[in-house]
Each structure stands twice: as structure tokens, then as C-alpha cells.
Design a protein around this ligand. Structure first.
Ligand SMILES: NC(=O)c1ccc[n+]([C@@H]2O[C@H](COP(=O)([O-])OP(=O)(O)OC[C@H]3O[C@@H](n4cnc5c(N)ncnc54)[C@H](O)[C@@H]3O)[C@@H](O)[C@H]2O)c1
Length: 353
């Protein structure tokens, strides 16, 4: 029998319960779930009992010391991604860390360095990369159907989608609002499809217009009295290769659609929208649109976890990596810094906050 991957969880909250553990379990014989750690003892114990996982801990350091673990999912609030990932890598584990990579550029850099030094996998929970639309479009792009992609638009907009659970509205624990939480997903998708170009300059603006007052909550009622994040962020990002991205993201904004997640790409041979998938080209003196009549329907998280497990067992490269995490973190933190300063800033190789 091939080796089973011994997997543990740090952070026994919503994403661990809904996405990570059930999808690890779908990997069958390839995976053995061995431990859960959470600072809240009852949360670790409840989750472990629900999925029949033998060991629980209130400290991940303790867990890494006492149980033999091959791979770990980091599912804590953003503030703890860095220390938990570093502890896991130093304990010799492969790491799937939930998005965003970290709170600061320095943290993301140290995480990438630690993965390189230990030779362990560090990958991030960018599950949209596994969407059939993204996979299909990537194949078209790899076959040069869009040509050089020089512009993109990134949208992650909710009309009244401020999360009413967890710590998503707490800047101290999350590092920010929609930009670092949902904008980061579409930004990563755009960068992935553009070949992860190196960022150069960012210009950002953030707003806090709706989150600090009581209102209709389509994702539960949020803690508006302690709302410390932006409710909307906008940005322009330029890259060393000359490409640029325009970004719009909000947890709450007065727009028509309740929830819009999309990436639009513009290349010199074609353009595309990802959600829903559509390609725009000019061929034989005709402007044409291409839409698929079939796309496979496997869960994004299921594919993410399955591929992480296979990468760990087979020693293959994961779909996202530490270096991309650094580029992404430079953009996110650069946009926040730019919004605060009210000016565009160079982030090329320079460490921001
Ligand atoms: N990929 C996605 O679409 C997606 C969706 C939701 C959340 N997330 C990410 O997952 C992470 C967790 O989100 P969630 O919704 O599960 O939050 P949650 O609040 O439901 O769960 C977080 C858990 O971490 C625990 N925790 C806090 N500090 C800890 C520490 N130092 N060590 C161990 N456990 C600790 C908390 O007690 C809690 O049980 C966040 O980074 C978030 O951005 C990703």
C-alpha cells in the first residue's frame, strides 16, 4: 500500500469544518486525519468528535511536538497564518494555508523562505484556481488564444454581504476587509491567468460608508458597532511587464447584483470573462464570442484538497506557491498603504508595512 498522508488541522472553525476535513476524508486511503488544534478547547474537541479524529490540542506547537504529522491545513484567522505556518514548516510538515497568505509582506516572505529552506510544500487556499472556468481559460491562454494579456479587471463585489460570523470585520485579526478577504481571491485568479507578473506600482482607495451603521445583512447581522475594516476598496496595479489591473471589491455597496465575482482579461489576440466563461476574438473579419457548451462540475475545494494531498505524496509542485504569495501580499498591503497615504506607491521589491 502507498504511504498515507498524516494530516492535522490548525483552527477548528467554519472553513476547516465545511471545506478542509470533509474533502481530506474524500481522499480515502491516501489520508489519515490525526489531530485538530484550536485555542478554544471545546471547538477542537467538537470538530474532532464529529469527524472521528483521535487527537486534540489547544496549542499547535504542542501538537507538532507530540504527534507525527506530514501535512497541515492552517485555518485560523489571518493574524495567525504566519506563526502557525512557520511552526508547521519548521516541524517538517507540508502546509496548505488558507488565504490570504499573511498580514504583512515580511511575513509572506519569511513563509516562502521557510518553505524553500525546509523543502516542504507551502501552498495557499485559492480554491478559485480549481474552478472549471479558470482551468478551461488557462488552457486557452496557454494555447495563445488571448495573445499578450496587457489589462485586466478584477471584481469581488457584494451588495450587502458583510459576514455576520467569525472575525471578518476585525482589522486587528484579519488585516483588512473585502480586499484581503474576497478581493484577494479574484486578484489571485487574475494574476494566475496572467502568469503571475511582478507588481510594480499600486494606487488604492478604501471606504467605510455602510459597515459602521446598522442595515440589511444578506450574510447575517454583522457587528456594526465594532466594524474596523474597509467596506469597499478600489485599486490600480501596474506590473513590471507593462500590464495593469483595475480592482473593485466590497462587502457592502449600493450596486445591483448581490454577489459578483469575476475577472476580465484583455489580450492582443482576444479577451475573456471568467465567471461566466466567455472569450472575445476577431477572426476572419468577424467579431466572435466563444462559450463552452460543457464544463466539468467538481467542487473547487474538493480539487484543491485532492491536489494538495497528491502533491505531498508524489513530491510534485503545488498549484500556488510561496513566491506568488509574496507578490500578492505586496499588492494587498501596498494598496492599503497607498489608500492611507493618498498616493500611488512603488512596491517593486520594496517591503511595505
Ligand atoms: N477559501 C475560502 O473561500 C475561505 C472561506 C472562509 C474562510 N477562509 C479563511 O479561513 C480562515 C479561517 O476562517 P473561518 O471562517 O474558518 O474562521 P472561524 O472564525 O470560523 O474559525 C477560526 C478558528 O481558528 C481558531 N483559532 C484562533 N486562533 C488560533 C490559534 N492561534 N491556533 C489555533 N486556532 C486558532 C478559532 O478559535 C476558530 O475556531 C481565514 O483566514 C479565512 O480568510 C477562506
Amino acid at each position: 500500500m502507498t504511504k498515507r498522508l498524516r494530516v492535522a488541522i490548525v483552527g477548528a472553525g467554519g472553513i476547516a469544518k465545511a471545506a478542509h476535513i470533509p474533502n481530506y476524508l474524500k481522499c480515502g486511503d491516501k489520508v489519515e486525519m490525526v489531530a485538530v488544534s484550536d485555542v478554544v478547547k471545546e471547538k477542537a474537541e467538537e470538530l474532532a468528535a464529529e469527524f472521528n479524529i483521535p487527537h486534540t490540542f489547544t496549542s499547535y506547537e504542542d501538537m507538532f511536538e507530540k504527534v507525527q504529522i506530514d501535512a497541515v491545513s492552517i485555518c485560523t484567522p489571518n493574524k495567525f497564518h504566519y506563526p502557525a505556518t512557520m511552526a508547521a514548516l519548521q516541524a517538517g510538515c507540508h502546509v496548505l494555508c488558507e488565504k490570504p497568505p499573511a498580514m504583512t509582506v515580511q511575513e509572506a516572505e519569511k513563509m516562502a523562505d521557510a518553505a524553500n529552506e525546509t523543502g516542504k510544500i507551502l501552498t495557499y487556499g485559492f480554491h478559485f484556481r480549481h474552478a472549471p472556468e479558470v482551468e478551461a481559460l488557462k488552457r486557452f491562454i496557454d494555447n495563445n488564444e488571448l495573445g499578450d494579456i496587457y489589462a485586466a479587471r478584477v471584481t469581488a463585489m457584494r451588495r450587502r454581504g458583510i459576514p455576520g460570523w467569525g472575525v471578518f470585520t476585525n482589522k486587528e485579526l484579519q488585516g483588512g476587509g473585502p480586499l484581503i478577504d474576497i478581493g484577494v481571491h479574484m486578484l489571485d485568479t487574475a494574476l494566475y491567468l496572467m502568469g503571475y507578473p511582478e507588481p510594480d506600482t499600486v494606487f488604492g482607495a478604501t471606504y467605510q460608508e455602510l459597515g459602521k451603521r446598522k442595515g440589511v445583512g444578506l450574510m447575517g447581522s454583522w457587528d456594526w458597532e465594532n466594524f474596523s475594516i474597509e467596506d469597499m476598496a478600489r485599486g490600480m496595479i501596474t506590473f513590471k511587464n507593462g500590464a495593469s489591473i483595475l480592482l473593485d471589491t466590497a462587502f457592502a455597496a449600493n450596486v445591483e447584483k448581490h454577489d459578483e465575482m469575476n475577472v476580465s482579461l484583455i489580450g492582443n489576440q482576444g479577451g475573456a470573462d471568467v465567471f461566466p466563461f466567455k472569450i472575445y476574438q476577431e477572426k476572419h473579419d468577424t467579431l466572435i464570442d466563444i462559450t463552452p457548451s460543457y464544463l466539468p462540475k467538481k467542487g473547487y475545494h474538493e480539487l484543491e484538497l485532492e491536489r494538495f494531498v497528491d502533491a505531498c505524496l508524489e513530491g510534485t509542485a503545488p498549484i500556488s506557491n510561496g513566491k506568488e504569495g509574496v507578490y500578492l501580499q505586496r499588492i494587498i498591503n501596498g494598496l492599503y498603504e497607498s489608500a492611507e497615504k493618498g498616493q500611488a506607491i512603488k512596491i517593486d521589491g520594496r517591503v511595505t508595512v
